[in-house]
Design a binder for this molecule. Structure first.
Ligand code: SF4
Length: 236
């Protein structure tokens, strides 16, 4: 199976609200978000050793009574066609699965949903769903991928899976108007989360480290306004 985990956070209380998980990281991504914190994993995946699957399996089984499941993150996990098979093996061991995704592979997402191979999806919505704004936030210009993101949003909203949409809010990329456009687009969604950008971390575009994030008060204000469209809207 062509799945090579590069990093693992052994115990995380913050990656899936209300659950204790181990978070696994897959390398590479088809986006180049300028504010990406995982830039080394995206740009230089070969600098990271593969963690042997046997090691991950024995780690998970040893902690079976302590953790609820895994969070698969990255990078972009849906770049890997073997992800459904990998998830099946994890589920067969009795673990819940959360997937973090940029939404560019609706075909694989549908497969996961059709075969109940995922319990929670967090889909990043990078900006309002128009080509120029999305391209700026995703760091690439690709109309087909944008259409795929829209397909994934529709697919998830029409499914029975538990999910959240989320946006990392960066002053240079996201005006109040853009956040409200996103919220309007996903009107009626189960949950929308605004994540404040942090300039404390290394970013894919180094100039983003000089950007001053919005204040917590501003992010809170945006989340209150977005509740007009998505009543469960939080911020962190
Ligand atoms: S933040 Fe953007 S570039 Fe980084 S992993 Fe997520 S989708 Fe890929």
């Amino acid at each position: 199976m062509n799945i090579s985990i590069k990093q693992i956070i052994e115990t995380s209380l913050i990656d899936w609200e209300g659950k204790i998980v181990s978070t696994l990281y897959l390398p590479s991504c088809n986006f180049r978000c300028p504010y990406c914190y995982n830039c080394d994993l995206i740009l230089h995946p070969d600098n990271f050793k593969n963690i042997p699957q046997k090691e991950i399996d024995s780690y998970l089984l040893e902690r079976k009574d302590f953790i609820d499941g895994i969070c698969m993150s990255g990078g972009e996990p849906t770049l890997y066609p073997d992800l459904p098979e990998y998830f099946k093996e994890i589920k067969d061991k009795g673990f819940l699965i959360k997937l973090d995704t940029n939404g560019t592979n609706p075909k694989l997402l549908k497969n996961l949903l059709d075969f109940s191979l995922v319990d929670y999806i967090a889909l990043d919505i990078k900006s309002s769903l128009d080509f120029d704004n999305y391209s700026k936030a995703a760091g690439i210009r690709d109309k087909i991928l944008l259409e795929k993101v829209k397909d994934s949003i529709g697919l998830i909203m029409n499914s029975k899976v538990d999910y959240e949409f989320r946006t990392t809010v960066v002053p240079l990329l996201h005006s109040e108007e853009i956040i409200m456009e996103i919220a309007r687009y996903i009107s009626g969604a189960k949950k929308y989360v605004l994540q404040n950008f942090s300039s404390l971390e290394k970013t894919l575009n180094p100039s983003y480290q000089k950007i001053k994030p919005y204040s917590d008060e501003k992010i809170q204000e945006l989340s209150e306004k977005a509740k007009k469209f998505v009543p469960i809207c939080s911020w962190r």
